[in-house]
Design a protein around this ligand. Structure first.
Ligand SMILES: [Zn+2]
Length: 319
C-alpha cells in the first residue's frame, strides 16, 4: 500500500478539510479561463486519428512544487521564463479514433469544482468534431483525480452512456476500497467522494486493467505509481509511429524535466512519484519516443532529451 500521508498536501498549502474549502479557494484564485471556446488539435498517429482537446486551465501555484532547494526551483523557473506568480497549466484530454472505436483518454474536470471555474470543455470540443458523447465507445482513465474523471458524470448520470470505462486495478481499488479510504487523512476525503461519484455510473461496464494490459488494440496500460497508487501511462502503437501518454508524470514540463525530484502538491507519494518520473524521463530520452502529457502546453506533444544527466523538455509543435 502506498505511503499516503498529509505530507505533500501540507507542503503545497493544501491542508484542506472540506469540499467547500476547495471550492472557495479555487474560485478566488482562478486567473484565467478559455472562455467556453473549445480548443482542439487533430492529427494522425499511424492508423489512428488523434485529437487533443483542452478541458480548461489548471491554476497551479509556485507552492505546489517543493522538495528541492527552493532557490533552485525559482532559478529554474526563471531560466525557462515560467512566471512563479502564475503557473497555470492546461488540462489536456485525448481522443483516439480507429475504424473500430472512439476512445477518450481521461474525461477532464467536467462540472467538478476543485480548482475553480473554466473547465468542462470536452463535450463542446467533441461537438466541433461532429461527435456526441454517445459516440464514445471507451474511456480510459489514467487516474481517478477529479481533473481526470469529473467529466465522466453529470448529475449522477454517465455522460458517456455507451462507453466502457477502463482503469488500472490498483487505481480503482485505492479510491473505492473502504479500508483504503479509512486510512486516508480527512483532508483527502473530498477526493475520495469525487472519485466515487465519477466512477459509480459505470459499474456495469467497468474494465479493470492489470499492469501491461491491453485496453484496446495497440493501446497498452503501464502502471507508474506515485502521483496516485495506480497512476497509469498509456502506450500507443500506431504501426509506423508510437506515442506514450504520460498523464500526470510532470506538472510543469520545464521544471519537472530539469528537477525531476521536485514534489508536487497532489502527489500521494512524492518520493515514489519522483522515482517514476525519473524512470519515464530516462526511457523517453533513450528511446526518443514522442510523449503527450495531461498538463503539458496544449496540445501537449513533445520529447524529453538528456545531456550530461540533465533532462529537458522539447515541445513538438505539430505532429
Ligand atoms: Zn491532473
Amino acid at each position: 500500500m502506498t505511503n499516503l500521508t498529509r505530507r505533500s498536501f501540507m507542503h503545497a498549502g493544501l491542508g484542506f478539510s472540506t469540499a467547500s474549502t476547495l471550492t472557495t479557494a479555487g474560485n478566488a484564485q482562478t486567473p484565467r479561463s478559455i472562455n467556453g471556446r473549445p480548443s482542439l488539435y487533430q492529427t494522425r498517429l499511424g492508423r489512428f486519428r488523434l485529437t487533443a482537446l483542452m478541458d480548461g486551465l489548471a491554476p497551479l501555484k509556485r507552492q505546489h512544487f517543493f522538495g528541492e532547494d527552493e532557490r533552485l526551483i525559482d532559478k529554474t523557473l526563471n531560466k525557462f521564463g515560467v512566471p512563479a506568480s502564475d503557473m497555470s497549466v492546461p488540462l489536456n484530454v485525448y481522443l483516439l479514433q480507429s475504424s473500430e472505436e472512439a476512445i477518450l483518454i481521461d474525461a477532464g474536470m467536467g462540472a467538478f469544482d476543485l480548482l475553480g471555474t473554466g473547465f468542462g470543455h470536452i463535450i463542446s470540443g467533441l461537438d466541433v468534431l461532429g461527435l456526441r458523447p454517445s459516440d464514445i465507445s471507451k474511456v480510459v482513465v489514467t487516474h481517478a483525480h477529479p481533473d481526470h474523471v469529473g467529466g465522466l458524470v453529470s448529475n449522477g448520470r454517465a455522460v458517456f452512456e455507451n462507453a466502457e470505462l477502463a482503469i488500472a486495478e490498483e487505481e480503482y481499488a485505492f479510491w473505492i476500497d473502504a479500508a483504503s479510504r479509512a486510512r486516508a487523512p480527512e483532508g483527502l476525503q473530498p477526493l475520495f467522494n469525487m472519485a466515487e461519484t465519477a466512477l459509480a455510473p459505470y459499474q456495469d461496464r467497468l474494465i479493470l486493467v492489470a499492469n501491461k494490459g491491453e485496453v484496446a488494440p495497440g493501446l497498452t496500460l503501464e502502471l507508474s505509481a506515485g502521483h496516485t497508487p495506480g497512476h497509469s501511462l498509456l502506450h500507443l502503437d500506431g504501426g509506423d509511429q508510437e506515442l506514450l501518454f504520460i498523464a500526470d508524470t510532470v506538472h510543469n514540463a520545464e521544471l519537472h524535466a530539469a528537477l525531476p525530484r521536485a514534489g508536487f502538491g497532489f502527489d500521494s507519494d512524492p518520493a515514489e512519484a519522483a522515482e517514476s518520473r525519473l524512470r519515464i524521463l530516462d526511457r523517453a530520452a533513450v528511446d526518443q519516443i514522442l510523449i503527450a502529457g495531461a498538463h503539458i502546453h496544449f496540445p501537449g506533444f513533445g520529447r524529453f532529451v538528456s545531456s550530461s544527466n540533465v533532462y529537458r523538455y522539447l515541445p513538438t509543435s505539430w505532429i
